[in-house]
Design a binder for this molecule. Structure first.
Ligand code: UDP
Length: 140
C-alpha cells in the first residue's frame, strides 16, 4: 500500500476543549504522521471557499459560522492509504452513528460540531492541502 497524504482539520469544538493533543494522538496511533500543522482562525471567505461544495445544503450558513467560531488546526497527514485510514479513525459524520474508538464517537458534540474534518478522496486531499499549505510548509 502506497504512502499518501490527506488533509485534516481539528475543528473549533475541539480547540475550545483543549483537545488538539488528544485528537492528534488518535491520528498518530492510527498510523498517520503529521507532516504539516498550523493553528489558524478561518475567515468567512476561507470557510465559504473550503466548503463551497456544500453551498446549496441547508446547513451551509451554520457550518461556516461554526468553522469561524474559534481557532482550528489544519494538518497534512501522511501514511499508508492516508485518506481511508483517516476516515476510519474519524468515524461517521454523525457521532451517534460513529463506531466505538473513533475520534467522533469519543469527542464529537453533534453532527455539526464533530471535532474533525478529513478529505474524502485523494483528489480532494490534494485540492484541500493546496487551499491551506504551500509545498515548502510540508516536511515529511
Ligand atoms: N454537517 C452539518 N449537518 C449535516 C451534515 C454535515 O452541520 O447534516 C457538517 C459537519 O460538520 C460535517 C460537514 O458539514 O463534518 C461536512 O459534511 P460532510 O457530509 O462532507 O461530512 P464529513 O465528510 O465531514 O463526514
Amino acid at each position: 500500500m502506497a504512502v499518501t497524504r490527506t488533509f485534516s482539520i481539528i475543528k473549533p469544538d475541539a480547540t475550545r476543549r483543549n483537545l488538539t493533543g488528544a485528537v492528534t494522538k488518535m491520528l498518530e496511533d492510527a498510523g498517520l504522521r503529521v507532516v504539516a500543522s498550523k493553528r489558524i482562525h478561518m475567515t468567512k471567505d476561507q470557510a465559504e471557499g473550503f466548503y463551497a461544495v456544500h453551498k446549496e445544503r441547508p446547513f451551509f450558513g451554520e457550518l461556516v459560522e461554526f468553522m469561524t467560531s474559534g481557532p482550528v488546526v489544519v494538518q497534512v497527514l501522511e501514511g499508508e492509504d492516508a485518506v481511508v485510514r483517516n476516515r476510519t479513525i474519524m468515524g461517521a459524520t454523525n457521532p451517534a452513528d460513529a463506531d466505538d474508538g473513533t475520534i467522533r464517537k469519543t469527542y464529537a458534540e453533534s453532527i455539526e460540531a464533530n471535532t474533525v474534518h478529513g478529505s474524502d478522496s485523494e483528489e480532494n486531499a490534494k485540492i484541500e492541502i493546496d487551499f491551506f499549505f504551500d509545498e515548502n510548509e510540508i516536511v515529511g
